[in-house]
Every structure is written in structure tokens, then in C-alpha cells.
Ligand binder design. Structure first.
Ligand code: NAI
Length: 444
């Protein structure tokens, strides 16, 4: 099938590449000429495990191409995916300007029946806006071509995006157009070969499903973080509590890990966008308001521990920090808790030496010229002379360090662990003062 993907970011690139992998003829468009130049020259502008090899394979096979030419891309695909960003507006609602611009360019260049598939996360009712924008463009040039609107929200997780796209839990397709339904079924058939995993519904329910899923997951995280904070004060261990509740199949083990608050490009903005949508319709989502408030507070949970230990004047203190990306296996720094922690420490007069396996270049881009912040190219490189180590992201490479060596390198054997990577009993044996989340601290 001939496919166009408008927007070649995390979602667009993964979508386009995975569809090419199953033999489709895919053209990926972006307005960012630099991104397209990198792709055309054989590079990949983002880090996503497995993506680079898959792009190379499909480009070599002639099934995957990249362009900035809007007319060429609209003319190319019978199916046109919109995978542009939907960042928060000033009031937190989803800014639809990129989605509407993409819809208008489709309307301006459409040359026959097209299925327009919205993959971006968009508020309920956006399908109607996309339809109106395209119809308006068609009318302006007296073009009578028909088209269908589909909502096909994306549920991939950065860091496991290829696996999620190739083996989805479910594929949600919202449309009232039978031709579009058939085309989408054929397109996704190879991805759901042995299982009936395509869920057809109306456009509005599909749009709502994406926000509902992210809001539910964010709620689990915030609730677990609050239970962790309480466990810590009450002398309980959240890791044992987690196992104790996760074993109930009604609760399940997923998404029960306490930490430094959720970040990234989706949960914070999608929670806010859903709240604004509700407000616009006179409904208050009280649970979600609390989720957001709890998450905001949780981003300072390590900072609070640091201040309790060192006082709030951190002048002259130097910290090593492991993990900049908002989660492992990605270089995404959008809304990353590390940014809040680093900013606070620098403002209080401390210096920070940070390491992340892949996100340093992105950190340098989003935190340019932050005085007092330096980077090291390995976990050990940032340890020397540090008053403490702060762990913010649970990369696998951080899980089994040489504690004896760490103890020698750090000025103080002191770890603030925002991801509960280590067993407190082991830390005691290794001679570390250790501050986990929701568990009892180890003092020397
Ligand atoms: P991104 O920011 O990485 O990529 C968006 C791309 O669209 C950018 O490269 C931008 O230059 C391009 N673009 C903007 N306007 C354009 C236009 N008119 N024509 C062509 N290209 C245009 O964003 P990301 O992370 O891929 O997210 C895209 C959408 O998917 C968002 O709505 C997001 O909420 C949703 N989503 C993101 C997930 C993620 O893990 N990143 C997961 C599931 C959904």
C-alpha cells in the first residue's frame, strides 16, 4: 500500500518504518528540513532501540523515503497519517495548529480518494476539525474528491517503540467510513496475524481512548508515589507493598514503581489536555487534578531529601547525577524530572556532573549554558569529588556498579536513589548512606 506519514518525529518515524517493514511503500514528510537531511543522509535524528537498523534496511529496499515536499507526499499515499506534535498551549490544552496545518496541506494537494488517519494525540472532536479544514481547502479550489477521517491513536512506549508497534496489545481504529475500515484492516493485518486485536469504534471514542489510557497510567504512578511517601514515614517498605498488591490480578504488577514523578512528552501534557477539555465542558476531573498536583510535588522528592541532609544552602557542594532522559532507552528530555532536580541544585549554588548513556546531546540542547552543569561520558566519570550521587533514571547500565570503586571515587559514600535500584541491606554492607523512595534510609 502507498502510505504517507506527515511528521517524522518519534511516532511518525516508527510508524513509517514499521509499515515499510511489512512491504508498504512509505514516504515520510517533515517540515524540519534538518531532520529530513539527516534521514536522507542515512542518519537517525532520535534514539530508539532498533530503529536505525530497520530504517537502513527499508531505505535500501526502496520502501522508505524522506522528503520535505508536501505536494509529493500528499500525492503519494492513499493513506495519509498525521503524526505531528500536539504540544500544550499556554493554558495546558492541546495546541492543534500543527494538526490543522497538516490537514490543510492535505486538502490543498489532494488528487484522489484519501484516508486521513490521525495518529497524533488529539482532543475529542479533532476529527471534525480535520474534516472541516480539508473540506475548506477542497472547496477553495473547487475540487470534489472524497476522503475519509480515521482516528488511530498510538500507544507505543518510547524505548520499546518498535516492539510495541510490531506486536501491539491493541490497535484502535475510529471511523464511520467502510472503505477506510477495510483499508486500515488490510494495512494492520500483518501486525495482528494470530490475534483479533483491532478494535473498531467511532472517531470520538478512539480520540478519548488515548487520553483515558494515559490518564489511567499517570494516576497509577501518582498514587504509588503517594503510597511510597507514606510507607517511608510509617516504617514500611514500598517494594514489599508493591509486590503485595501487584499479585492481585485486579491490580497487576505493571506501572506500580514509585519514583521521581512521571515526565516525558505524553503523560504531563495529556493529563493537562484532558483536564482542560473537561473544564471547557463544565466538568471537573477531581482525581486527575490530584494526580497532577501529586506528580508536581514528587519531582522534588529527591531535592527534599538532599535539603534535609545538607541544608538548603548548597554552595560549594558538588553532585554526581546518573540519568537525564525521562526514562531509560530514550534520549527524550521533554518534561524530564532531571531538569527540575538539576535546576534546583544549581540555583542553590551547587554544581552537577551528569551522565546519561544516550541523552547528553539532547540535554545540552534543552539546558544550554547552564552554569555549574557538566557532563561525563561514563557513570564513573562523574563520581570523583562528588558529595553524593543522585540517580534519576533507571538505565540498566546503572544497576550493577562496582560499589567498592564508587566508594573510593565519591567524596562521601552517599546515594540519593530516585528509582530504588539497590537493596538497602546491601548498601549498608557496602558502606553507603542510602536514600531510596518509600523504603527505610540507610545511615552510617
Ligand atoms: P515529535 O515532536 O517528535 O514529532 C513531530 C514532528 O512533526 C516534528 O518532527 C515536526 O517537525 C513535524 N511537523 C510539525 N508540523 C508538521 C507539518 N505541518 N508537516 C510535516 N511535519 C510537521 O512528536 P512525537 O513525540 O512523535 O509525537 C507526535 C504525536 O504523537 C503527539 O500528538 C504525541 O502526543 C503523540 N504520541 C507520542 C508518543 C511518544 O512516545 N512520543 C506516543 C504516543 C503518541
Amino acid at each position: 500500500m502507498k502510505i504517507t506519514v506527515i511528521g517524522s518525529g518519534y511516532v511518525g518515524l516508527v510508524t513509517g518504518t514499521c509499515l515499510a517493514e511489512y512491504g508498504n511503500d512509505v514516504l515520510c514528510l517533515d517540515v524540519d528540513a534538518n531532520k529530513i537531511r539527516i534521514l536522507q543522509e542515512g542518519g537517525v535524528p532520535i534514539f530508539e532501540p532498533g530503529l536505525e537498523e530497520m530504517i537502513k534496511r527499508n531505505v535500501a529496499a526502496g520502501r522508505l523515503r524522506f522528503t520535505t515536499d508536501i505536494k509529493e507526499s500528499v500525492e503519494h499515499g492513499t493513506i495519509q497519517f498525521i503524526a505531528v506534535g500536539t504540544p500544550p498551549d499556554e493554558d495546558g490544552s492541546a495546541d492543534l495548529k500543527y494538526v490543522v496545518a497538516a490537514a490543510r496541506s492535505i486538502g490543498r494537494h489532494m488528487n484522489g480518494y484519501k484516508v486521513i488517519v490521525d495518529k497524533s494525540t488529539v482532543p475529542v472532536g479533532t476529527g471534525d476539525k480535520v474534516r472541516a479544514a480539508i473540506a475548506d481547502e477542497l472547496q477553495q479550489r473547487s475540487e470534489k474528491t472524497s476522503f475519509a477521517i480515521v482516528s488511530n491513536p498510538e500507544f507505543l512506549k518510547e524505548g520499546a517503540a518498535i516492539e510495541d508497534f510490531m506486536r501491539p496489545d491493541r490497535i484502535v481504529i475510529g471511523t464511520d467510513d467502510d472503505t477506510a475500515k477495510d483499508l486500515m484492516s488490510s494495512l494492520y493485518a500483518p501486525f495482528v496475524r494470530n490475534h483479533d486485536r483491532i478494535l473498531f469504534m467511532d472517531v470520538r471514542s478512539a480520540e478519548m481512548t488515548k487520553y483515558a489510557a494515559n490518564a489511567m497510567l499517570a494516576t497509577r504512578i501518582s498514587f504509588m508515589n503517594e503510597l511510597a511517601n507514606l510507607s517511608e514515614v510509617m516504617g514500611a517498605d514500598i517494594e514489599l507493598v508493591r509486590k503485595g498488591i501487584g499479585s492481585d490480578p485486579r491490580i497487576g504488577y505493571h506501572f506500580l514503581y514509585p519514583g521521581v514523578g512521571y515526565g516525558g512528552s505524553c503523560f504531563p501534557k495529556d493529563v493537562q489536555a484532558l483536564q482542560r477539555t473537561a473544564e471547557e465542558h463544565g466538568i471537573s476531573l477531581k482525581v486527575l487534578d490530584a494526580v497532577e498536583k501529586a506528580n508536581h510535588a514528587q519531582k522534588s522528592v529527591l531535592v527534599d531529601k538532599i535539603v534535609k541532609r545538607f541544608g538548603d544552602n548548597l554552595k560549594g557542594k558538588h553532585f554526581a547525577l546518573w540519568g537525564l532522559a525521562f526514562k531509560p532507552n530514550t534520549d527524550d528530555m521533554r518534561d524530564a524530572p532531571s531538569r527540575v532536580i538539576i535546576e534546583y541544585l544549581l540555583n542553590q549554588g551547587a554544581t552537577v556532573a551528569a551522565h546519561d548513556p544516550v541523552a547528553i546531546h539532547e540535554a545540552q540542547r534543552v539546558m544550554p549554558d547552564w552554569k555549574g552543569l557538566s557532563y561525563g561520558d561514563s557513570p564513573n566519570a562523574v563520581l570523583p569529588d562528588a558529595d553524593a550521587l543522585i540517580i534519576v533514571t533507571e538505565w540498566k547500565a546503572f544497576r550493577s556498579p562496582d560499589f567498592t570503586d564508587m566508594n573510593k571515587q565519591l567524596k562521601n559514600p552517599l546515594i540519593f536513589d530516585g528509582r530504588n535500584l539497590f537493596d538497602p541491606k546491601r548498601m549498608q554492607k557496602e558502606g553507603f548512606e542510602y536514600y531510596p523512595i518509600g523504603r527505610q534510609q540507610v545511615s552510617l
